[in-house]
Design a protein around this ligand. Sequence first.
Ligand code: PMT
Length: 392
Amino acid sequence: MLNGRRVLLAVTGGVAAYKSAFLARRLVEAGVDLEVILTDSATEFIGTQTFAAITGRQPHRSLFEDESVSPHTELARWSDAVVVAPATAATIARIANGVSSDLLTATLLATEAPVLLAPAMHTEMWEHVATRRNIETLVEDGYRLVGPETGELAGGDIGVGRVSEPEQIIEALEALFDQSGGGRRLVVTAGGTREPIDPVRFLGNRSSGKMGHAIADEAARRGFHTTLVTTSDLPALPSVKVVRVETAAEMQSAVLEEEADVAVFAAAVADFRPAEVFGEKVARADGMSSITLQSTPDILASVVGRQNRPFVVGFAAETGGVERAIEKARAKKVDLLVYNNVSEPGSSFGSDTNEVVIIDSGGQTDPWPLMSKREVARKLVDLILTTIDPQG
Ligand code: PMT
């Protein structure tokens, strides 16, 4: 997967810089066409000649000393991917803020290639609120992370902050090039629908859209043409087509408009809506002792019932055991159902993590451990791909 790929390895100034020499060696052995940037502080930890010997090329050092008049744009356009390893707290802060004060940061601003960061720093620095904020920004901006790991750090301390091993970085780099979605069309629903009572009030639920947005981003990264039909304001990757909706009826029309090979229903759709929607805000003085409800359309059922139906993945938000979800998988005729118990703190609406059980069309269950919604999305896209195309 890496053979012939043009990879730019950027080494910044931390003790872990020595490990990047091993990483460079492994990349060259894998057939990667490798260029290296060394920042000034990286050279306090490792020499340029080490990388020159490994890659057969002089590392790039500065915006001004290079033979090229515009080394940052040339490297930016040349790269199929960029790996920053180790990525120090200072470098992470500069990238998150769009600073372009040296060759590395200018190149990152100029490139459209995917960027993988392998952070390395002391635990206190990794856990500092400023670093957390910068990492969140970078993840939202589409940067990929590998690590940091927990283990021995510089000075003999033990904790989280150790740079990932070369093998782990290479695995993450291979995932950047994984386009196994192969241009298939995937539609995903996300968020909780809002069913109006009057112009200011609605019936709704607590879904944030995090689960569905994570699936859309992951599918897009893996080469699916992805449409996200969502009630949430959360961001999505630029390559995701986003259709913002509010009600179940709007969500249904948006979904039915899409031709899809795969449909994933992560939205919490209201099952009922007020039968009457008031045109004006209902005044307290006028009173409202009851609201008559009527059923909303079952969006998933309308897609399952289509001729040439796509591969359908449903979700089941339950507050009890998995049994009801197994019955739901059968009744709804889905290809996969993802059960989550939303009364558990780690799997609740709005949380960043989820603990799910996968139920297949035959009712077989596969419990996954608690992990981030991002990781659930990654594994789910893997599972969809291996189920629809077992030969890979
Ligand atoms: O958004 P987050 O805060 O990250 O939370 C994620 C989540 C808990 C909302 C998500 O993981 C989840 O479980 N989504 C499905 C919630 C739900 O509505 O489950 P359900 O059991 O009521 O519905 C079963 C399936 O039918 C779901 O795939 C649902 O999208 C779909 N459905 C339901 C009703 C309806 N009218 N139309 C539908 O398409």
